[in-house]
Design a protein. Sequence first.
Length: 274
Amino acid sequence: MHRSLTILGSGYTAKFLLPLALHRYTHVFATSRDPERHLGHLSPDQRIRFDLAQPETWEAIPTTTDIVWCFPAIPIELVRQFADTASLHTRRLVVLGSTSAYDVDASAEYPPSWVDETATIDLRKPRVQGEELLRTSYGAIVLRVAGIYGPGRNPVEWIRTGRVTRSRKYVNLIHVEDLASSCLAALTHTDSGGVYNISDGHPRTWMDICQMVEQRWAIRSSDSQEAHATGKRVLNKRMCELLKLGGTGLRYGDLFEALELIQRNLLNEATPSP
């Protein structure tokens, strides 16, 4: 490992990863296509302007840092060119992918079968092609990440606004703090080219989640138009073993308890101090 870390694409996840990484790295840098606008909360020496589509920005990436790649690895030719230019094969590289990489038959049995890291992936998807290029040619550790939630990204609000609706479809979720811990554990304790599912290990249907939200917060939801969607059920055994190597464990294994905490914090923030 290097003594510094660069987070490529500093969005929601990076806000939680960066402060955690400062306990392990001497320096942590974050990139954005518009760092002055999006990274104002960081000191100027931590901000880096980087855009994969603009090769003139590539040289701004420090040459001796570990890297966490947080945005879709597309288009593949630019991914390849940047990986060569930045000598990514000489670094510890973690790439955040998605559990949507798995090629699951939507007409299969219900409930759907469990999916582990050996399941077939859909190489027709450009993002999956890019992730596999980085994994097989540059030694990247690929984290196939479930739906990310946490403070400021709240499934209760998704239901309130109609973004999600009641259905029998299974959904896999991961709290952003557990994702951040998994990134650091992967940088430290995994072999190059590894793959890990990042999920809380408790897939639920949107019907179950919507019913719970209605019971606890009286937030109604509508029925989905996707009556036959099945989703997938993702196993996280390897992730739990990885976190254990890092001296931690899954903090938010129970979605409903996590949502209670998020909602309670929102209420506290909205209540004026006496």
